[in-house]
Design a protein around this ligand. Structure first.
Ligand code: F6R
Length: 592
C-alpha cells in the first residue's frame, strides 16, 4: 500500500535522501511515485512518475531540487488507474499533499468543491482542494489543516505543505500509521520506521485526533481544538529493521533460509513473555482472525487449540468476519494474526471484537504496529523484517506462536505450569528441507502444468492452502487447494493427464483416505507429487518429498510448508518472474 515520507531541515542531497526512503518503502507495493517541495522562491514544485522508483529518480535528476522541505510518496492504485495525474503528491494552487488510505466521503467533498477543477480520479486529490478552500477561510495554515482533517471520512495518513509556509509540514492520521523523528538538523516523517536513519533510537507516533506540525528541528502536537499537547516518544532499535540481501538473489529465498533463526528468536521471545498476564483457562472459545497467509496461521491456531485443549476454536477471514453476524461473547478470546500489524481488515475485526466486550490478543511481527497498540495482549513474533511480498518465515513463526498459545491454554486449563519442552522445533529436519535440491529441479516439471491441485486433510489441508497461495501469488499459475475427501464431490471433473496433484500427508490416521483420493486421481491420468512421512504404493506416486517420521503432525506444521515455499520460489525464477514483487500485490494491505 502507499508509503509516505517527508523531510524538513538542512540536509545535503535532500532529494537523494527522499528517493532512498522511497526505495525502503518499495516493499509495500506501488505503481507510481512522486515528490513535492517548496523551492527557494517559496513555490511548490511537483515531480511524479509511473512505474519503478528509478523512473522518478531519473526524472528528478532533470530538475533542480533546492529545498529544505519535501514530501514524497509511493502509490498503490485503488481509486483511479495508474497514471502520473493520479500519482501523489496531489495539488491545488497553494497546497501539495501525500496520502495513504481511502477518503470515503470523496464524492460528497468533491461536490462541495465544485469551483475547483479536478485533474485526476484519485480520491486523495480532494484533500489538496479542500485544504486550499479552507486556507482561504482561516487565519492560519494550521487552522485550515485542522478544519480539513475534521471534514475527512475514511482512513488516512497525510502530509501537507503550503505555499508560503516555507518551513512546515502538517501531518494527521486515522487508521493508517505515520511516525516522526528528529535527526541532526532535520525532522522526518514516514509510514515506516525503516526509513529513519539508523542512528535514531527515539520516535514519536502521531496519534489519531492530533495534528502534528513539523518545523525545522521542531515537532509540535495539537489536539483538534488546536491546543498544543505533549507528544509521546518511544524507543526503538531501528537497526532491527534494516535488512540486506547478503548473498541471496532475492529476499524471498533469504527469508525462507531465515526460518530456523525466526523460529529460534521467536521461541526465545515467547519464553520471556511467559508471564502473559491473562487468565487463559476461563475462555470457552477461541477465535483466530487474519487475512491471506496469516489466515492460514489462524487455521493452524484453531486446529491446535481444538486438538490440544479440547475447546472450541474457529478461524475466520477478517474481511468476512467483520460483515458476518456477530456470534461472540465476553467468554470468547480473540486472536488476531498479522505480520505487519497494519492490515486494515484485521484491525477492523479487532475493533468489532472489542466493541463486543471481548479480549483481543495479537500475534504480530511488528511490535509498534496499530494492531499491537490496539490489542489487550501481544504475543510477539521475532522473525525480523520480511521484505518479500509473499510471506514465508513469518508464517512458520506465527505457527510457533499458535503452538505456544495452545500449549499455554492447555496447561492453564489443567492447572499446570506450561512445560516449554512440549514445544519442540526439529532444526535438523528444517535444515534438511532447506538444503534439498529437489524443488529447484522440479520447477522445470511444474511449469508444464496448467492445472494444479493441492490436497490434504485437516492440518495437512491448511498447509495445502498455504502452498497453493504461495504458488499462485508469485508464479501466476492457477492452483487451488482441496480437502482430499472433497475432490470427488466436483473438482475431480477437471482431473486428466495434464493435471498435477500435490498432496500432503503427515498424519497416519488419514493414510487410507489419502490412498482413496490419489487412486481417484491416478484412474484419470493425473500426476502426483506426495509430501509425506509415509510411503504410499508406488502406483499412486510419481514424485515425492520425504518428511521426517519423528514428529507429530502438529509439530510438523512449523516446517512442512518449506518445500512448497521453495518450489514456488524456484518456479517463479524459472518463469522469469520477480518473486519479491509479485504483480498487483502489496506487502501491507492498509485498505478495506
Ligand atoms: C501472502 C501474504 C498475504 C498476507 C496478508 C496479511 O503471501 O503475504 O496474504 O499474509 O495480506 O498480511 P499481514 O500478515 O501483514 O496482516
Amino acid at each position: 500500500m502507499c508509503g509516505i515520507y517527508g523531510i524538513i531541515g538542512k540536509c545535503k542531497n535532500i532529494d537523494k535522501v527522499a528517493i532512498n526512503a522511497l526505495y525502503e518503502l518499495e516493499y509495500r507495493g506501488y505503481d507510481s511515485s512522486g515528490i513535492a517541495f517548496l523551492n527557494t522562491n517559496k513555490e511548490i514544485k511537483v515531480i511524479k512518475s509511473t512505474g519503478k522508483i528509478e523512473n522518478l529518480e531519473k526524472n528528478i535528476n532533470n530538475h533542480e531540487v533546492s529545498t529544505e522541505c519535501l514530501i514524497a510518496h509511493t502509490r498503490w492504485a485503488t481509486h483511479g488507474k495508474i497514471s502520473t495525474s493520479n500519482a501523489h503528491p496531489h495539488t491545488s494552487e497553494n497546497v501539495a499533499i501525500v496520502h495513504n488510505g481511502i477518503i470515503t466521503n470523496y464524492e460528497e467533498l468533491k461536490n462541495k468543491l465544485n469551483s475547483y477543477k479536478f485533474y485526476g480520479e484519485c480520491d486523495s486529490e480532494v484533500i489538496a482542494k479542500l485544504m486550499d478552500y479552507n486556507l482561504q477561510r482561516s487565519k492560519t495554515a494550521l487552522e485550515a489543516f485542522c478544519k480539513t482533517i475534521k471534514e475527512l471520512k475514511g482512513s488516512y495518513a497525510i502530509e501537507c505543505i503550503v505555499k508560503g509556509e516555507y518551513n512546515t509540514i502538517f501531518i494527521a492520521r486515522k487508521e493508517s500509521p505515520i511516525y516522526v523523528c528528529k535527526y541532526k538538523d532535520t525532522v522526518i516523517a514516514s509510514s515506516d520506521l525503516i526509513t529513519f536513519p539508523k542512528q535514531t533510537s527515539t520516535y514519536f507516533e502521531v496519534s489519531e485526533n492530533q495534528i502534528c506540525e513539523l518545523k525545522k528541528s521542531k515537532i509540535k502536537f495539537f489536539d483538534l481544538e488546536l491546543n498544543e499537547i505533549k507528544g509521546t516518544s518511544k524507543k526503538y532499535d531501528i537497526n532491527e529493521n534494516k535488512v540486506s540481501l547478503n548473498n541471496y538473489s532475492h529476499f524471498m529465498l533469504k527469508e525462507i533460509f531465515d526460518i530456523p533463526k525466526a523460529l529460534n528468536d521467536t521461541m526465545k521471545k515467547l519464553e520471556s513473555s511467559d508471564k502473559l498476564n491473562i487468565d487463559l483457562s476461563r475462555f470457552e472459545k477461541v477465535h483466530f482472525i487474519a487475512c491471506g497467509t496469516a489466515y492460514h496461521s489462524a487455521c493452524v491456531g484453531a486446529f491446535m487449540v481444538q486438538s490440544l485443549c479440547g475447546i472450541d476454536a474457529q478461524s475466520h477471514i477478517a474481511s468476512e468476519w467483520i460483515d458476518s453476524p456477530t456470534l461472540c461473547n465476553k467468554n470468547h478470546l480473540f486472536v488476531m494474526i498479522s505480520q505487519s500489524g497494519e492490515t486494515f481488515d484485521t484491525i477492523l475485526a479487532l475493533k468489532k471484537a472489542k466493541q463486543n466486550g471481548c479480549i483481543c490478543l495479537s500475534i504480530t511481527n511488528t511490535s509498534y504496529s496499530t494492531l499491537a497498540n490496539l490489542s489487550d495482549y501481544v504475543l510477539p513474533i521475532v522473525a525480523g523484517k520480511e521484505v518479500a511480498v509473499a510471506s514465508t518465515k513469518v508464517y512458520n513463526a506465527c505457527n510457533l506462536a499458535c503452538l505456544y498459545l495452545a500449549n499455554k491454554i492447555k496447561a492453564e486449563r489443567q492447572n499446570l505450569e506450561l512445560n516449554l519442552n512440549d514445544i519442540k522445533i526439529d532444526y535438523n529436519e528444517i535444515t534438511k528441507l532447506l538444503n534439498a535440491e529437489f524443488e529447484k529441479e522440479f520447477a522445470n516439471t511444474l511449469i508444464n502444468y496448467k492445472t494444479i491441485f493441492f490436497l490434504g486433510k485437516c492440518e495437512d489441508y491448511i498447509t495445502a492452502m498455504e502452498a497453493s497461495l504461495k504458488l499462485k501469488e508469485i508464479t501466476y499459475i492457477n492452483s487451488s487447494a482441496y480437502p482430499s475427501g472433497e475432490l470427488k464431490h466436483g473438482t475431480l471433473a477437471l482431473v486428466d493427464n495434464e493435471t498435477l496433484i500435490i498432496a500432503y500427508l503427515t498424519n497416519a490416521n488419514y493414510t487410507d483416505k489419502m490412498i482413496s483420493a490419489l487412486s481417484e486421481v491416478k484412474a484419470r491420468g493425473g500426476k502426483v507429487l506426495l509430501l509425506s512421512n509415509q510411503t504410499l504404493p508406488k502406483a499412486l506416486v510419481d514424485y515425492s518429498i520425504k518428511l521426517s517420521s519423528g514428529n507429530s503432525s502438529i509439530n510438523m506444521l512449523l516446517y512442512s510448508i518449506i518445500p512448497m515455499q521453495k518450489l514456488a520460489y524456484y518456479t517463479a525464477i524459472k518463469l522469469n518472474k520477480n518473486p519479491d514483487k509479485p504483480r498487483n500485490l502489496a506487502k501491507s494491505v492498509t485498505v478495506a
